[in-house]
Design a binder for this molecule. Structure first.
Ligand code: MLT
Length: 275
């Protein structure tokens, strides 16, 4: 029996996972994976727009939102296994995946390791590269400064880089909601995820092997995973589409939801039609 609605709890391998499951049973399945350190609520506007024609699932990655952290060290491999465990528990054989930033790292890992389980991929504001030595050093400095100055300060600093300049006057409520998501993430989960990013492997060399349809989206003012990262993936993934979202920084789905949703809906409707 399917549980429908939001904030559903499911215990999988002793880990309590929180997810939203909307839309009709039997419709094509679209799974959303959020960025770091946010939670599934960042996909609310996409869920509203798509649930009419799709079964839409958004879940909290381990250690984020209302999902437990468990006891293991985090890794992108572990996050991808969690996704597959959730799909198995919900008896979802195949799905379309949409991941933003960290969600994109998880989606690329999942498509590489479990290619038969996915129909299509939407990569938003993300990259296939591993952390450079400078980025690794920054991860460690971030851990130190959270230890020293706390999560509130980390949230304030993060928000400055996440959004396009114009969003600070046009998207005040959304920015406050994102800050809230950050401060509600435990220090332990922040540290474990930052270490997982530090350790993560590149997926660029595997991009030519992706054979499902791919849409790449990026905010035109994304400073964290910029247009060049999106263009690189676009060149490497055969027949992939690239869409640049105007009036948006790193959180393009929140900063310009109407454009993001238009692009997403147009793309998934072709998968559904031909799929
Ligand atoms: C995210 O939005 O998930 C993060 O910016 C990812 C990262 O820090 O690499």
């Amino acid at each position: 029996m399917r549980n429908l609605g939001s904030n559903i709890k499911l215990v999988i391998n002793d880990l309590s996972v929180s997810y939203n499951d909307e839309g009709k049973t039997g419709d094509p399945v679209l799974i959303f994976i959020h960025g770091f350190p946010f939670n599934k609520s960042m996909w609310n506007k996409q869920t509203e727009a798509l649930k009419e024609n799709y079964r839409v699932i958004a879940y909290d990655v381990r250690g984020h939102g209302n999902s437990d952290a468990g006891t293991e060290d985090f890794s992108i491999d572990l996050f991808a296994e969690d996704l597959l465990n959730l799909m198995d528990a919900l008896k979802i054989d195949k799905a379309m995946l949409c991941g933003l930033s960290m969600g994109g790292y998880i989606a690329l890992n999942a498509v590489e390791n479990y290619p038969d389980r996915f129909d299509a991929l939407i990569l938003s504001d993300t990259t296939c590269t591993a952390d450079t030595p400078e980025a690794k050093e920054k991860r460690m400095k971030t851990i130190e400064s959270i230890r020293k100055d706390g999560v509130e300060k980390f949230a304030d600093e993060s928000v400055k880089n996440l959004f396009a300049p114009e969003s600070f006057s046009t998207k005040k409520l959304e920015i406050a909601a994102v800050k809230e998501m950050i401060v509600n993430t435990t220090e332990e989960s922040l540290f474990k995820t930052l270490r997982a990013f530090y350790e993560r492997k590149e997926t660029c060399s595997k991009l030519p092997d992706i054979y499902v349809p791919v849409l790449i989206m990026v905010g035109n003012e994304d400073k964290i995973t910029p247009l060049t990262a999106a263009q690189f993936m676009n060149e490497k993934i055969k027949d992939s589409l690239l869409s640049i979202i105007e009036h948006a920084g790193h959180l393009s789905n929140i900063e310009n939801p109407s454009e993001f949703n238009n692009q997403l809906e147009e793309f998934v409707s072709t998968i559904y039609y031909y799929g």
